[in-house]
Design a protein around this ligand. Structure first.
Ligand SMILES: *Cc1c(COP(=O)(O)O)cnc(C)c1O
Length: 300
């Protein structure tokens, strides 16, 4: 095994109990953000199996792509560094004059960066051209979308006594993490995903594709808490995140977990969950992305 996530965990207990209490509903948080500040949260789980496979297939270089503040890129750089793999990140941006803190971290972990203008970013031929020189390379999709990624995310629920919960709720980008939770959960547990993108209805099929015939009872995707779109963060979201931190000392990020906790709070207030539900909210990390904000926007 290239890296043992359980050994990376220094916290005794990753579950922060009983926040947002309401009408006999228990709401616990699984703090994956506490595992590792750099390659935080779910990304370690998503990358573990793909990197293992890459090593087995004698790949020496991992190529992937992402945006300027991508948690996926930084986690790929970090984990490839541990695994002894060369990493290449294709960035959706014109080459900036100064690298931001996320990209500087990527470089520090040995990632080579290639910049591609946004209009070319989804052009497969151009992408192939710009990475053609890398031999023995393996490709990891944007955001780590893959069945192997979902396989690795099964381990998330094994960190705790997850059978206690009736509902497991996570933020969703590609849906790979949610697919892993579905694969690991029992039939009595309902899996709910809060999409961070606007009207990304193709998610349903994308996740079913990861589950294939190992279909869990249907998962539920909620599309109402994107706050205008991916990475959009109007003042209402920032205010909520600051407030939430004051109340619970849980830091959240503007892309995923801020919206996740906002959604759960809203759903609780609107009696969405039956009485006596026990919710497990998976904090998937990603806090480094907040570095895109002006200083002092957040109080944590
Ligand atoms: C990447 C990321 C997600 C999305 O995970 P998917 O498996 O792509 O759905 C959720 N939360 C955080 C903090 C992330 O960095």
């Amino acid at each position: 095994m290239i890296f043992d996530i359980k050994k990376m965990i220094t916290e005794q207990n990753l579950v922060q109990p009983k926040i947002l209490e309401n009408n006999h509903i228990v709401t616990d948080v699984l703090r994956l953000d506490k595992i590792n500040a750099i390659a935080s949260g779910n990304k370690l789980f998503k990358l573990k199996v793909p990197l293992q496979k890459a090593l087995e297939n004698k790949c020496t270089t991992i190529i992937t792509k992402g945006g300027l503040y991508s948690n996926h890129l930084i986690a790929t750089a970090y984990t490839c560094n541990i695994a002894g793999l060369r990493s290449v990140g294709v960035i959706k941006a014109h080459k900036p004059i100064n690298l931001n803190t996320t990209l500087l971290d990527c470089v520090e972990y040995g990632m080579e960066l290639i910049f591609m203008q946004p209009s070319d970013f989804n052009n497969i031929e151009k992408l192939k051209d710009c990475v053609a020189d890398y031999r023995n390379s393996c490709w990891i999709d944007m955001g780590g979308y893959s069945t192997e990624g979902a396989e690795g995310c099964k381990e998330i629920l094994s960190l705790i006594d997850s059978q206690l919960y009736t509902h497991i709720i996570t933020a969703v980008g590609t849906g790979t993490t949610l697919a892993g939770l579905c694969l690991a959960a029992s039939k009595h547990q309902k899996i709910i995903g809060i999409s961070s993108m606007k009207n990304n209805f193709s998610l349903q099929e994308a996740i079913e594709g990861l589950l294939q015939d190992k279909m869990h009872d249907p998962f539920e995707l909620i599309h109402d808490f994107h706050f205008g779109g991916f990475a959009k963060h109007p003042p209402a979201l920032i205010d909520f995140m600051n407030d939430f931190y004051r109340k619970h000392q849980i830091p959240t990020d503007i892309v995923y977990t801020g919206k996740l906790f906002y959604a759960v709070n809203f759903l609780l207030e609107n009696n969405y969950f039956p009485n006596n539900s026990k919710l497990l909210i998976v904090h998937t990390g990603g806090l480094q992305g907040n570095r895109s904000l002006p200083k002092h926007t957040l109080i944590f």
